[in-house]
Design a protein around this ligand. Sequence first.
Ligand code: KG4
Ligand code: ZN
Length: 327
Amino acid sequence: MTRFILGIDTSCDDTGVGLVECLPGGGVAVRANRVWSQTVHAQYGGVMPELASREHVERIDSVVGEALKEAGLSLRDLGAVAATSGPGLVGALLVGLMYGKGLAQALGVPFYAAHHLEGHIYAAASEEALEPPYLALVVSGGHTHLFDVAREGEYQLIGATKDDAAGEAFDKVARLAGLGYPGGPAISEAALRGDPDAVPFKEPLRGQTGYDFSFSGLKTAALLASRAGAKPDDLAASFQRAAVHTLVKTTVRAAEALGRTTVVVSGGVAANRALRRAFGATGLRVVFPGQGLNTDNGAMIALAGAAAIRAGRAPSPLGVGAQAYAP
Ligand code: KG4
Ligand code: ZN
């Protein structure tokens, strides 16, 4: 049995390396999770792809070393290596993917290419075994995707954002309210001091029969309210409530229609306390990733690798390439 799996994610501007242990009873445990967050992009107001790749090249080896140290392991203990192959910035992805493939080949262990979103979903496996069927809502800076997972490894996309991703909306509203970056944590903190009734927001896509999301209307409404003098804390509280409401309501409607009783909620925005509270009140069984596993990290990729191994999936060919857009 493969015992220790190393996972690498370099899909954007975080160099993430994690280690998971496959336990004898079929469970998994995260033994290490190290993330090096690049700060060089702050001066540009957005991620510069070429700089991201270079930083990954400079950091990857030391972050792998830190993860092994945290787990008290050496390279020889590894039974498999997993790395994100997409979606993401191609140059950034290539660094982790090539490093992972090279390491697996040098060690003579199997290599598993992982899908970044599957990684986000499997981040929740740190808390509970994920047994299909379930719904998976991935809410991050780049994605707002709702999947129906009827069987292990089969993801049917049943809803997605029509414009901005949920995390992107948190970031933009935080910026226009002058609350700083990253916006998600800034909004949730300011919301504690604000009045959620102060700024009225219309529910996006109200009356739709599908399960899509839209955040650009909320963003525009926030901009107008800000110009009209709304207080940043009130804006944060009101926006957060509207964003949480649309995410929870749409997901619950899908769960009811499809007869699903378990929902996995993951991605950076899943760290949001108001979102967790609202999902907790739905009566559904809701599984969130453990601490440090909501935002991009390598442990979630190791967890996806562990699931692939458990499901008996064949290792990936070493010719597997990086994909900016992965279906
Ligand atoms: O998953 P992630 O690290 O990156 C992507 O793959 O996109 O997610 C980052 C996003 C950012 O937009 C950030 O503002 C948001 O997750 N986020 C939050 C919170 N913490 C991070 N949004 C709302 N509430 C939070 N507490
Ligand atoms: Zn992500």
